[in-house]
Design a protein around this ligand. Structure first.
Ligand code: NAP
Length: 238
């Protein structure tokens, strides 16, 4: 029997997070902890629980990435699900995009909310789950970034608060990788994807982005830790 592989995904109610869960469940080796802030209203995620095509095991847990009590609570949910097992993959996917603000008109509220969800949340979740990650043989953390985080790609003035927060998330990734060389910590740009955040004019269907992200994650090695990768594995300029 194949060895079990455990995954925890934030923001699994819709979009890229939901598609990650859907694709991971096709492998019977996967134990998927799908987290969302309102499990009772996550209709599409709950539907996956009763979908007989799924071969992996699905556990749905409550996690609001902006709520420190909720973040502390996820440890006991993970303990109940994994027991003595470790967490192989932590996917910090959930995020908010406060909209198209610019560098000279952004508000403290927009910037602070962006930081709380897109930087502080992933940082505290990794801290809370570190004991489980340490117990695994894989020890991979993905922080979902964006092309908008890259100064090198040069996407211009749009979405300032969101972009600034995702650039900070990239720095968090680098700092986590540097202090813990025994882990693999990467940031990933999923591309422009047709979701509520990406809009219907985006280039990629969620399944196209996610199938490649899973290949990138499962093929990362120690030498990749601290790096910034596109969904297709290309290195993204900082
Ligand atoms: N789509 C794109 O083109 C694109 C491009 C670059 C990067 N990304 C990144 O890819 C990731 C997924 O984006 P997406 O396109 O799937 O976005 P989305 O369709 O807007 O979905 C966002 C997800 O994050 C969750 N979320 C937001 N705030 C949360 C909170 N406080 N606690 C827990 N969950 C929360 C949402 O849950 P609720 O249902 O409860 O609101 C939802 O599941 C994000 O990190 C995003 O920045 C996306």
């Amino acid at each position: 029997m194949a060895e079990k592989v455990s995954w925890l995904i934030t923001g699994a109610s819709r979009g890229i997070g939901l598609e990650l869960v859907r694709q991971l469940l096709s492998d019977p080796a996967n134990i998927v902890i799908a987290t969302c802030r309102n499990p009772s209203s996550a209709t599409a995620l709950n539907a996956l629980a009763s979908d007989l095509v799924n071969k992996g095991s699905l556990h749905i847990a409550q996690l609001d990435i902006t709520d420190e009590d909720s973040i502390q609570g996820i440890s006991s949910s993970v303990q109940d699900i994994l027991g003595d097992g470790g967490l192989d993959y932590l996917l910090n996917n959930a995020a908010i995009n406060v909209g198209d603000d610019i560098g000279f008109t952004l508000t403290s509220r927009a910037l602070e909310n962006s930081f709380r969800a897109n930087v502080t949340g992933p940082a505290l979740i990794a801290q809370a789950l570190l004991p489980f990650i340490e117990k695994s043989n894989r020890k991979l953390i993905m922080n979902m970034s964006s092309g908008l985080a890259s100064i090198g790609i040069d996407l211009g003035p749009k979405n300032a608060s969101y972009s600034i927060s995702k650039t900070a998330l990239n720095m968090l990734t680098y700092k986590q990788a540097k202090i813990r060389p025994d882990l693999i910590v990467v940031c990933v740009d999923p591309g422009w994807v047709k979701t509520d955040m990406g809009g219907q004019g985006a280039f990629l269907e969620p399944h196209e982005s996610v199938s490649q992200i899973i290949k990138v994650l499962t093929s990362r090695k120690q030498e990749h830790s601290g790096g910034f990768f596109r969904y297709d594995g290309e290195t993204v300029p900082w």
